[in-house]
Ligand binder design. Structure first.
Ligand code: B16
Ligand code: MG
Length: 214
């Protein structure tokens, strides 16, 4: 029985994945290389620091820790600039409606995002009040596919993992949900998110009734 819904942010509630991609691509280009859309898939749900390490590896570029920290800040500044102009219209189709229906059905909701910028995004889009708990990149020490963020979310809601369902667009996020003993609904391609219990194109395709069949 599902008692709580845990949501990833980027790619599930809002399409900030495209802003992350643009900012990382700009950084890579400045360093003299590029990376593919396929490689970009691997960055979804992964922390900022880890994302940079992967990108530098793909480009065959070695940087000191100090330089890496400067590069991560540079990318984040561009990202924050793009995110700062977001508003409620940037919420993905059906996301706010589904969150409201979930709450109206008496289920709990939590955010489980790897992003340290999730507070800013929730504020800009006016979504904060729809979450009973908010867990983000500032709340954890490990990153997805480790289940820590979702386990902490379940704990904050007082719901057992087996009664939780996670909505995720990233392979690492689906793996985190499954590692935590939760159900997982993938948002995106069934081919890529093949470990999910169900894959839909977006929250506009979800109904509260469907949760019972997971
Ligand atoms: P930040 P999610 C993740 O958010 C993104 O998918 C991932 O691409 C990003 O690197 C990560 O947040 C960290 O974001 O740099 O803002 O702290 O999908 O877990 O909501
Ligand atoms: Mg995501």
């Amino acid at each position: 029985e599902i008692k709580a819904c845990l949501f990833d942010l980027d790619g599930v509630i809002v399409d900030t994945a495209v802003y992350h991609y643009r900012a990382w691509k700009r950084l890579a280009n400045e360093l003299g290389f590029d990376f593919t859309e396929e490689e970009n898939e691997k960055l979804k749900g992964i922390s900022r620091v880890r994302s940079l390490e992967l990108i530098l590896e793909w480009g065959g570029v070695v940087k000191s820790e100090e330089e890496r920290s400067e590069l991560a800040t540079r990318k984040n500044d561009w990202y924050v600039e793009m995110v700062s102009s977001m508003d409620p219209e940037d919420i993905l189709p059906g996301a706010a409606e589904f969150l409201r229906k979930v709450k109206a059905a008496g289920l709990k909701t939590a955010l489980g995002s790897a992003s340290k910028n999730s507070g800013l995004i929730l504020e800009k889009t006016g979504l904060l009040s729809l979450f009973d708990a908010v867990l983000d990149g500032n709340s954890v020490t490990t990153s997805k596919p480790d289940p820590e963020i979702f386990l902490k979310g379940a704990e904050a809601l007082g719901v057992r993992p087996e009664n939780c369902v996670v909505f995720e667009d990233a392979v690492a996020g689906i793996e985190a949900a499954k590692a935590g003993g939760m159900k997982a609904v993938g948002i995106g391609s069934a081919e890529i998110l093949n470990k999910a219990d169900l894959v839909v194109r977006g929250l506009f395709e979800m109904s509260v009734e469907q949760l019972d069949n997971l």
